[in-house]
Design a protein around this ligand. Structure first.
Ligand code: GLN
Length: 379
């Protein structure tokens, strides 16, 4: 009766592995979410705004207080000014921002360049809108973009390039030279950029996050997507946002008003007030670097090989010296028999390229990391 519009798409791997983790009582390092609480003050603020009666629709584009806070943060961090009135939109998580932007910008037969391993929401969003994903692979251990290959793929049908730094699932980051190369490729074309920067505040070893907002010639053709979920430890609140020059944002807002309409009102007030009150810069560099290093130390002498993580709260582990099993199979064995759930990297490649690598989330309490490491050490 129904002819699927997404015949090749199943349930997202994060949900599949989390369900398996629950069923087998495994430690869930698959889906990326903190297992610790956000700041109590933030929760009190949500309650306070609810009690005060902020429970009805927010404006379509989000409350102005929050848009102003975002504009100030972006300006402080990347020296680029987005107009809170016209260039910022609050969305129900980054995933909705990404879908909305793609819906607004992509037409039938447009080509969209994406880099794999690719976060799993990009391709369905492209395909639902008739676009054609063009894949460029990044490989272990450094997961770098080959910009010569990108240059070769660019043609008059190229509508959009999706970049993601810090990169989920690999934990790699783009540096200033990467951004210069991207700038060169798009200059003189009509190509737009969708820049997924949801892990902008989780970057390690003193590196600077290379937001497209640092490069005015990129920013003028870019949509930046980011999120409070990661930065405030509230992934379940679905509080994302996007930034784009007025002409592009106008189109994104048109789609947003019929897709989500508006986003949770009390959460928006609470986050705006919280950031203003604490003059909060959202940086989680040290907080997560300590967790990354702690987890690495705990499993340093295991048979897993650590692939350095430069950002995000994910750690890749290469298990090729343990078994030849496919990564999807090994992830299942690890969950069911050893009690640790992870995500197999092959699912993020179109051709299911299997480099024997699994992704583990270290946004967890010390005890959780210790228990997981203890199990991994026995393998
Ligand atoms: N962003 C999270 C991750 O990468 C998962 C979000 C989801 O479950 N779709 O693990």
């Amino acid at each position: 009766m129904v002819r699927s519009k997404l015949p090749d798409t199943g349930t997202t791997i994060f949900a599949v592995m989390s369900k398996m983790a629950d069923e087998y009582n495994a430690i869930n390092l698959s889906r990326g979410f903190p297992d610790f609480h956000c700041d109590e003050e933030l929760i009190s603020l949500v309650a306070e705004f609810m009690h005060k009666g902020f429970n009805q629709y927010a404006p379509i584009e989000g409350i102005i207080e929050l848009r102003e806070v975002i504009s100030d943060l972006v300006h402080k961090n990347y020296s680029f000014q987005y107009d809170p009135e016209k260039e910022i939109l609050i969305t129900a998580g980054a995933t909705q921002a990404i879908y909305t932007a793609i819906s607004a910008l992509v037409r039938e037969e447009d080509e969209i360049i994406i880099f794999e391993p690719a976060y799993d929401c990009y391709v369905p969003a492209i395909e639902m809108n008739g676009g054609i994903p063009i894949f460029i692979s990044m490989k272990k251990p450094d997961y770098k973009i080959d910009w010569d290959e990108v240059q070769k793929m660019v043609n008059p049908k190229t509508k959009l390039i999706i970049v993601n730094t810090p990169h989920n699932p690999s934990g790699s980051i783009l540096n200033a030279q990467d951004m210069e190369k991207l700038k060169k490729i798009v200059s003189g074309t009509n190509i737009l950029i969708l820049s997924d920067e949801v892990y902008e505040n989780i970057i390690f070893d003193g590196y600077e996050h290379q937001s497209v907002a640092r490069f005015p010639q990129l920013a003028e053709r870019s949509v930046i997507v980011s999120s409070f979920g990661k930065s405030l430890h509230v992934t379940g609140w679905r509080m994302g946002y996007c930034l784009a020059p007025q002409e592009i944002m106008k189109e994104i807002r048109k789609v947003h008003q019929y897709l989500a309409y508006t986003v949770n009102t009390p959460m928006q007030y609470a986050i705006a007030e919280y950031i203003k009150r604490k003059n909060y810069d959202l940086s989680l560099r040290q907080f997560y670097q300590e967790k990354r290093d702690y987890f690495s130390r705990l499993i340093n002498f295991s048979r897993f090989k650590i692939i350095p993580s430069a950002g995000t709260y994910f750690q890749l582990l290469d298990y090729s010296s343990i078994t030849d099993e496919k990564d999807t199979v090994f992830a299942e064995i690890l969950t069911k028999e050893h009690g640790v759930a992870s995500v197999p990297m092959s699912v993020f490649y179109k051709d299911k390229y299997d480099a024997k690598v699994l992704r583990f989330c270290f946004a967890k309490k010390k005890e959780t990391l210790e228990r997981a490491a203890e199990r991994l050490m026995k393998i």
